[in-house]
Design a binder for this molecule. Structure first.
Ligand SMILES: Cc1cc2nc3c(=O)[nH]c(=O)nc-3n(C[C@H](O)[C@H](O)[C@H](O)COP(=O)(O)O)c2cc1C
Length: 262
């Protein structure tokens, strides 16, 4: 069983490739969390492999992934093989340690972990990659997935093929808490006059906090997956002053329909 979280399709793309190869079904954390239950129970088959695939946000897993793990109940769990893949624009710091800690608190243990560089979608500060860089990353990712699939199939333990980045561990400790506290404010989101009320933003919002009447309104807290900005067909959605002039990104191997939460 593979649990995935994705804003712009990179992590879903990887989850689909690994899921098909390993014969594991996919479960969308965004969709499941939308049920707002106290806990989520899954019955495991004997020796079933479990995966967590998600984008890295400020050098750690998205807060929704950590919340989901807290509420996860795996029936018949007997030290099953658990792997994790973090997709990132560049590097992931101590993301795997943060994930393992969350799993440990719930009596689970990470067996192996990987990072895969994918096209960047964090346009709040930076910009999307050039077409050349995007294509290069997607091609390299395909090769990396082949290697990861071999490791998972053989249930190799304690293999950590990750790019922590320079001072990555420090960034996880210092920047991630600041990001989770202040960086994810929804106050800066708005839709400009290009908005035609199509409601795509409402459907793809992982946190389910967007309501469209004439224009979208963001009510509540979000994980800042940026699905609303990137998947808006009119390029109407903005964050603060900086995003009007920036590019938009959607993984070419997924459809907007695949990304819908509701
Ligand atoms: C809020 C936010 C924070 C991010 N932080 C990082 C980061 O710390 N390091 C990094 O390499 N990429 C970072 N990225 C880029 C994404 O991890 C990367 O583009 C990922 O593949 C997107 O996956 P998705 O398409 O499944 O949402 C960030 C993206 C967002 C939206």
């Amino acid at each position: 069983m593979i649990f995935y979280f994705s804003g712009t399709g990179n992590s879903l793309d990887i989850a689909k490739s690994i899921g098909e190869n390993q014969g594991e079904k996919l479960v969308s954390i965004g969709r499941v969390m939308n049920d707002r239950k106290d806990y989520y129970e899954y019955i495991l088959e004997e020796n079933e492999t479990i995966g967590f695939i998600y984008p890295v946000y400020a050098w750690a897993p998205p807060s929704m992934v950590i919340e989901f793990i807290k509420k996860l109940r795996l029936k018949n769990y007997k030290d099953n093989y658990i792997f994790s893949v973090a997709t990132c624009g560049e590097n992931i710091g101590n993301t795997m340690k943060v994930l393992d800690k969350a799993l440990n608190k719930n009596g689970l243990k990470l067996s192996s972990g990987f990072s895969i560089k994918m096209p960047n979608n964090y346009i709040v500060l930076g910009n999307v990659d050039s077409k050349e860089v995007e294509e290069h990353k997607l091609l390299a990712a395909k090769e990396k997935v082949k290697i990861i699939n071999e490791i998972i199939r053989n249930k190799e333990n304690q293999v950590f093929q990750i790019d922590k980045g320079f001072m990555g561990g420090v960034l996880t400790i210092i920047v991630n808490p600041m990001f989770n506290k202040r960086g994810i404010s929804v106050k800066e989101f708005y839709a400009n006059d290009n908005c035609n009320s199509c409601r795509v933003c409402e459907k793809v919002c992982n946190s389910q906090i967007i309501k469209v009447t004439e224009k979208p309104r963001w009510e509540g807290q979000c994980t800042q997956c940026l699905a609303c900005i990137h998947l808006c067909p009119q390029k109407a959605i903005q964050y603060g002053k900086g995003t009007e002039a920036k590019g938009r990104y959607k993984n070419p191997n997924v459809k907007i329909k695949d990304m819908e939460i509701i």
